[in-house]
Write a protein that binds this ligand. Structure first.
Ligand SMILES: NC(=O)c1ccc[n+]([C@@H]2O[C@H](COP(=O)([O-])OP(=O)(O)OC[C@H]3O[C@@H](n4cnc5c(N)ncnc54)[C@H](OP(=O)(O)O)[C@@H]3O)[C@@H](O)[C@H]2O)c1
Length: 168
């Protein structure tokens, strides 16, 4: 089976993904999905996204930060790649590689993406960063699970799995 390259993203109906170096919402069940889905898989992210998670690697997965300015630590607890292609080249044998954003990383990964795990948040919040990929044309929605708003979640959202034609 060939390697899957999956973008994992939570985006508003206006494609909002980032506000003031953080997410534009607090949705614990989506964070839980993200942590579970990415577990034990190599994960590639931009420097600002890495800073947004406290400049610490997420445990139990290889964390690669795409950056022209950071240096990888000597202890090897996370890695640095100078561009997206070099980051992907680290994992030729992986079953699935995760693309965790932000906007420039998603855009650079587009030619390589086979899947998108999109949490579509039913809100259009203020944001400075937006998901750059239109899920249309050769993209097909293969699965959708809804999550209602509740005491812990200000907005309803859908977990969507999109696949690129030719990849399934
Ligand atoms: N909702 C979501 O699912 C989601 C997911 C991820 C992030 N976010 C949010 O989005 C925001 C961060 O995203 P962002 O787009 O501003 O920044 P980002 O992509 O995380 O980081 C940008 C930095 O990454 C490096 N970089 C990015 N693209 C590159 C490329 N193609 N080649 C080489 N280096 C590249 C550069 O680092 P250097 O300057 O060091 O060279 C660049 O300054 C935060 O608010 C975060 O919370 C949301």
């Amino acid at each position: 089976m060939s390697r899957r390259v999956t973008a994992v993203v939570a985006a508003g109906e206006n494609d909002a993904i980032g506000l003031d170096g953080d997410l534009p919402w607090h949705l614990p069940d989506d964070l839980r999905f993200f942590m579970r889905y990415t577990l034990h898989k190599p994960m590639i992210m931009g420097r600002k996204t890495f800073e947004s998670i406290g400049s610490k690697p997420l445990p139990k997965r290889v964390n690669v930060v795409v950056s022209g300015s950071l240096e990888a630590p000597a202890d090897g607890s996370w890695l640095v790649a100078r561009d997206l292609e070099s980051a992907l080249a680290l994992f030729p044998e992986a079953e699935e590689v995760i693309i965790a954003g932000g906007a420039g990383i998603y855009a650079a990964a587009l030619p390589f993406l086979t899947d998108v795990r999109m949490t579509r948040v039913h809100a259009s919040p203020e944001a400075q960063v937006f998901f750059p990929i239109r899920l249309e044309g050769d993209w097909t929605l293969v699965e959708r699970e809804t999550h209602a708003a509740d005491k812990r979640h200000a907005y309803a959202f859908d977990f969507e799995h999109w696949k690129r034609s030719g990849e399934w």
